[in-house]
Design a protein around this ligand. Structure first.
Ligand SMILES: [Cu+2]
Length: 349
């Protein structure tokens, strides 16, 4: 009787849920148009404005690190300490545990099917309880879960334990591009759009080359951050939910309108690292890549100056114009030799 009652309640709940959901739906959809009407105007204004060439010589991406590699399996090579820790944990203990448990269950299943099939075991055992076995099959999974939980929670704690930030960047998702604001560096704002392929642009417009990065990942303006410094990203959105994700940094966090999410990275290895919006955000969701360039601090300061920004704590008016000219010619203090070599090499491919 109780069972029947339980089923009745479950069925009623299943019947009720869709109705409740559809009752809520109109409110959500009626709110959407206001957000989308504003977006196209901004987007088109942006596409027109965002064509000038980069102000520093961007480095050419490597073929291995920071980019997806065709045919590669597993996690991208990690370039942050936390990322390395997390990847090691995943590739080591977690993967081994998964493999051993799967193998154990498979062997157990095969053995049961073979040994206790009707032909070999015509009168089956009527055993229904065995205290020892029940204790074992409860305790062993608990111990496995604890063994996974302890390092996982330590890792989470490290991720949410923010060190003092050397650079703070506000990352804003828009349909369908990113803006990066540097509030402590003169309040400059970078608008980053995907670079289109040559066949998709009008004559004279900028298009993607191999030095910019792979198709669908290259951006006209990169998110430039200094190497070896703690960079805090404050992530939000102007319209719908996007997600800021750079696989090589072990960084992924939602960009929600009206909410500030935080994440931090410290990358010691200069280079170019690509990511993508990772929350389905509309028709052009697949076309809002994230291109991060990690540069030595001197190059970072030169880049800031070229954008009208200043190093943290400096007064805006003093330094801005002079370094900008130096960087434009590539003669500044920035170590740009390597990019030039790389660019030539990739151009031949
Ligand atoms: Cu998006």
């Amino acid at each position: 009787m109780m069972k029947l009652l339980g089923w009745a309640i479950a069925l009623a709940a299943m019947g009720l849920t869709p109705a409740a959901a559809s009752a809520q739906a109109p409110a959500a959809t009626s709110a959407a148009p206001t957000a989308t009407t504003a977006a196209p105007v901004e987007a088109t204004a942006n596409a027109a404005a965002a064509t000038p060439a980069p102000s520093i010589d961007y480095a050419a991406p490597t073929a291995e690190v920071g980019v997806p590699v065709p045919g590669r399996k597993g996690i991208q090579t990690q370039v942050t300490e936390l990322g390395e820790r997390a990847a090691d944990f995943h590739n080591g203990p977690l993967l081994w545990m998964c493999a051993l448990i799967s193998l154990f269950v498979l062997v157990l299943l095969a053995w049961t099917m073979f040994r206790y099939r009707r032909g070999a075991n015509p009168t089956p055992s009527r055993t229904s309880h065995n205290t020892l076995i029940e204790v074992i099959w409860t305790l062993v999974p608990v111990m496995i879960l604890v063994a996974i939980a302890v390092p996982s929670i330590q890792l989470l704690r490290a991720q949410y334990n923010f060190p003092a930030a050397d650079v703070t960047i506000k990352v804003i998702g828009n349909q369908w591009y990113w803006t990066y604001q540097y509030p402590d560096n003169g309040g400059i704002e970078i608008v980053s759009n995907m670079l289109k392929e040559q066949k998709d642009v009008k004559a004279g417009e900028r298009f993607r080359t191999d030095a910019d990065g792979p198709p669908l990942l290259a951006a006209d303006e990169r998110l430039v951050i200094p190497a070896g410094k703690v960079v805090k990203f404050i992530v939000t959105s102007n319209d719908v939910i996007h997600a800021f994700a750079v696989p090589a940094f072990w960084a992924k966090i939602d960009a929600n309108p009206g909410r500030l999410n935080e994440i931090w990275v410290k990358v010691d290895r200069p280079g170019v690292y690509f990511g993508q919006c990772s929350e389905l955000c509309g028709a052009r969701h697949g076309f809002m890549p994230i291109a991060v360039e990690v540069v030595p601090e001197s190059t970072f300061n030169a880049w800031l100056a070229s954008k009208g920004g200043t190093p943290k704590g400096a007064t805006p008016s003093t330094e801005a114009p002079a370094p900008a000219a130096a960087v434009g010619t590539g003669q500044g203090p920035a170590p740009v030799e390597q990019p030039t070599v790389n660019q030539a090499a990739t151009a031949q491919n």
